[in-house]
Structures are given as C-alpha cells and as structure tokens.
Write a protein that binds this ligand. Structure first.
Ligand SMILES: [Zn+2]
Ligand SMILES: [Zn+2]
Length: 300
C-alpha cells in the first residue's frame, strides 16, 4: 500500500481542523479568537486557510497546540465547472492564481512543501470532469461543516469514490471550513498519527494518509488479520450502528447493529478485485467517521 496504516506506525494521534477562515478574509472571528476557540475545545492543531491570504500564525502556537499557516486558492476551471477551491496546508506565501493554471497553482503549493486538498466538491458542483486532469493534490474534503450547515451539501463521499475509482488513491478529510463563530465550527475534524506535534510532522503524516476523519465516532484500530477466509481488514470502533467497507464501484460490505444494539468491531475479506477498502462508521446519532483507503491491489 502507498498509505501508512496510522494504527501500525509509532507516534500519537493529534486532533486538528485543516480549513478555517478569519477576519483576514470572510470569517467572523479574528485570528486570535479563532485559534483560542479551537485550542479551548481541545484541538491539538488548526490550519488557517483564508481566501487568497497567507497569515503569519507563528505567534498563536502554544505548548501542546500548533498553529499551521495555510490558504484557500481559487484558480479558474477550464473544464466547465465552477472556479476551484484548493486548500493549501503548510504554505508560507501566496501562490498567484490570476493567469495561472490550476495544476501550476497545485505545484506552487507543493513547491513550498505544502499539501493541497480539493475543497467541498459537492458544494462546488464539481465532478470527475473537473478533477480528472489535476495532479499534485493529496485528497478531497469528504465532509465540510459550513457547506452542510449553509445548503446541506456537506458530504462528498461519492465524489471521493469517483476520484478513487477513476483517478487513483486519494485521501478524505473532514473539515469545518468555519466562517461563523460556532454554527459551523467543531463538527468535522481529522485525527492524525504523527511522530510529534510540529508542522513538518503533521504534513508528513497527511501525505502518508496516516489519519482518519470524523464527526465524533472513533476508529480505535484497523489491522490486516489472517482468518480462515483469507486476509481480512479488521476494524474496532466506538459503539456504532453501521460499519461499512467500501471498495471500487459496486464492491463493499456492510455490518449493521440490531435494533437498540451497537457493534464495535467488523472485518471484511481483502479481495484484490475490490482495489481498495475504506471504512465508514455511523453511530446511533448519525455521526460518521471515515478511514482512508486501504489499498488491496494496483487497481488503476
Ligand atoms: Zn471554499
Ligand atoms: Zn473555505
């Protein structure tokens, strides 16, 4: 697999949000208010991604809390859909978007050692047509709180699956994209396994896919195990109503709890034909967690 299993590597899990706005663009809180609020809610790191503005956030890191600079960029889209929204994590300077192709903007994020993510595809109305020619991004926002709160288009699971099936290995991130004070904050985040709480270590783990996304449910472990059926992917979670394993196209398997019951473990055979398996956990209140894909074969 090209991705690291976060449950098999050394380090610690850190909670963070990778998409946030402040009064430096169209957010309702100042940089200080935003960092203070996420720190007070127990986050370990926060990435500030104002539209077309890279702020110096170094003064907002504290013992046990990391402020990471970033940006949201909007290059033109020649493939028919609306303008792109790219989130650049860990960048220290702006990338020019006027007269710059989308791929050159993505390259500009990578050239600085940053990580690029395709933001909120469902909200943007983007399809595989808009993304097929892009390269230099690690993943896509599988859940975006502000897009859910504002128009109900927060979940981009099928967009992620399109990318996985047609473009190749792609990770998924749950994010807030917080603009308001609390209405669209603290509802989607990632748990990153990293060797330490520093920007280089977090970026390295993001590139390795060593994290999972959640709205609350926890993925406690995910391992390959030998069973009498063959190699299985076994997952342990906090109490869930459903644990779903999703592979390419029509491939997958679901495990559901009975009425008034819950499940905390499930396993699924690793079928090479399935290409990959990603795990989706849903709890009794409908909140979800998403693992990154576990690659079963070279499927694209
Ligand atoms: Zn956006
Ligand atoms: Zn945004």
């Amino acid at each position: 697999m090209i991705y690291e299993n976060p449950f098999s590597m050394p380090g610690k899990f850190y909670k963070g949000n990778t998409h946030t706005h402040s009064t430096e663009s169209d957010g309702k809180q100042t940089l200080k208010q935003r960092f203070d609020a996420y720190r007070a809610r127990g986050y370990d790191f926060l990435v500030m991604t104002d539209h077309g503005v890279v702020s110096d956030v170094s003064g907002f890191s504290r013992d046990g809390f990391l402020a990471i600079p970033g940006v949201e960029l909007h290059p033109g889209n020649p493939y028919g859909g609306e303008t792109y929204h790219f989130v650049g994590i860990g960048v220290s300077r702006l990338v020019e978007t006027v007269g710059t192709s989308a791929n050159d903007v993505l390259a500009g994020i990578n050239d600085q050692g940053g990580v690029a993510v395709l933001a909120h595809p469902y909200w943007s109305g983007h399809t595989i047509t808009d993304y097929a020619e892009l390269h230099g991004y690690i993943g896509v926002e599988v859940y975006n709180t502000t897009c859910y709160v504002s128009i109900g288009k927060g979940y981009s699971e099928s967009h992620w699956d399109d990318l996985l099936d047609r473009a190749g290995p792609t990770v998924g991130l749950a994010v807030d994209d917080a603009h308001h004070v609390s209405r669209d904050a603290f509802q989607g985040w990632i748990m990153v396994k990293a060797r330490e709480l520093t920007t280089p270590a977090i970026l390295e783990s993001l590139r390795m896919g060593a994290f999972y996304s959640t709205q609350g449910p926890e993925i406690k472990d995910m391992q390959v195990a030998a069973t009498f059926l063959g190699q299985c992917l076994r997952v342990r979670t906090t109490p869930a109503q459903r644990i779903a394993f999703k592979g390419r196209a029509s491939c997958g398997q679901c495990f559901d709890a009975g009425d008034g019951e819950s499940i905390e473990e499930a396993e699924c055979v690793l079928e090479p034909m399935w290409g990959y398996l990603r795990v989706e956990v849903t709890d009794a209140s409908g909140k979800k967690a998403w693992s990154n894909p576990f690659l079963v074969s070279d499927y694209v």
